[in-house]
Design a protein around this ligand. Structure first.
Ligand code: ZN
Length: 328
């Protein structure tokens, strides 16, 4: 066994995480093992990379939840919904991960697979062995540990490639979305990313984070805000003028919309007026349609971001009314 607290010591621990093993429960692409722990640590590495963790305390932030989910969906898209709560608690048995409890000595739950919301009631976050935290501040160490976590020990070759690619997207998308939020009116932000195809997911994920953050997970048209106790959100980020037309990723060319409103907006059944009121196409009320609450939105003000510069710009909305909204 390598010397305690050395990098080699932690490489060994990362390569030997205690995980559930079962060919019935877990497919080949995760080597028939529960992938939650390596995925959680990959998300933590991303946040360290981005300086979003700048002290030895890993908090349960929206970004941590989001990055965890992004990896999860890449390796186990249809198997089951993820929850960060489970690995976050169980990691404590690995010896290098220590929960920061709100009340010292308080037991967590009988079964750790509870929700993130319940977890947050009981813990602030987790801190690492001080020696491990120091190792992780060095980029080359992070990339060594990343290759262990995303490597053949826990994932098939194909899944491993996908995870490493997703790590790249996570980090680049985060940086892109921060730029979009800081300079909401600046169309040249899009030019800070190369045009190559591999950057398309970076743009998509970065735009989504910027818009969903700007609207605090609320649908601009119907106003609903639904999140699961694990932080999964009902809203998506819609481009007002489609990306294919202008490649305009400014938050002002976007709105956070629930899935129903996103579809109706893209289909031209709903639009937004020059004074930010919802316009409903007459087609909503034709044939066998039973549009329910959608028709009640007509004339109501949209629910915009707190910051005025992040609101949809009127030219984009006009383009949508002229080119997409069905007036008949
Ligand atoms: Zn909606």
């Amino acid at each position: 066994m390598p010397v305690r607290d050395s990098l080699e010591y932690y490489i060994r621990l990362f390569a030997n995480l205690r995980t559930d093993k079962s060919a019935n429960r877990w497919p080949d692409r995760v080597r028939n093992r529960a992938p939650q722990k390596p995925i959680l640590l990959l998300a933590v590495l991303d946040l360290l990379e981005l300086n979003e963790i700048d002290s030895n305390l890993i908090e349960i932030t929206e970004d941590l939840l989001d990055l965890f989910d992004k990896y999860w969906l890449e390796v186990l898209p249809f198997t089951r919904p993820s929850t960060l709560a489970m690995p976050f608690v169980r990691m404590e048995s690995e010896g290098f991960w220590h929960l920061a409890r709100r009340k010292e000595g308080e037991p967590l739950f009988g079964r750790p697979e509870r929700s993130v919301a319940q977890l947050q009631e009981r813990v602030f976050g987790a801190y690492l062995d001080e020696a491990l935290y120091e190792h992780l501040r060095v980029e080359t160490n992070r990339s060594i540990l990343r290759s262990v976590l995303a490597g053949e020990r826990y994932f098939s070759n194909e899944a491993s490639k996908v995870l490493l690619q997703q790590g790249f997207v996570n980090r680049e998308a985060f940086i892109y979305s921060e730029k979009l939020l800081k300079n909401p009116g600046d169309l040249t932000i899009r030019d800070t990313l190369p045009l190559e195809e591999e950057y398309l997911p970076v743009r998509g994920q970065g735009f989504r984070r910027a818009v969903v953050t700007a609207y605090s997970h609320r649908c601009a048209l119907c106003g609903i805000r639904v999140r699961t106790l694990d932080g999964h959100t009902a809203v998506t980020a819609a481009h007002i003028v489609p990306w294919s037309e202008t490649q305009d990723d400014r938050p002002a060319n976007g709105m956070a919309l629930c899935r129903m409103c996103h579809w109706t907006f893209d289909e031209g059944l709903l639009g937004v007026s020059q004074v930010y009121e919802v316009i409903a196409s007459r087609q909503l009320n034709t044939l066998d349609n039973l549009p329910g609450y959608l028709t009640n939105l007509e004339g109501r003000g949209i629910v915009g971001p707190d910051r005025k510069p992040l609101w949809p710009d009127t030219e984009s909305l006009q383009w949508h009314r002229e080119n997409v909204l069905r007036t008949q």
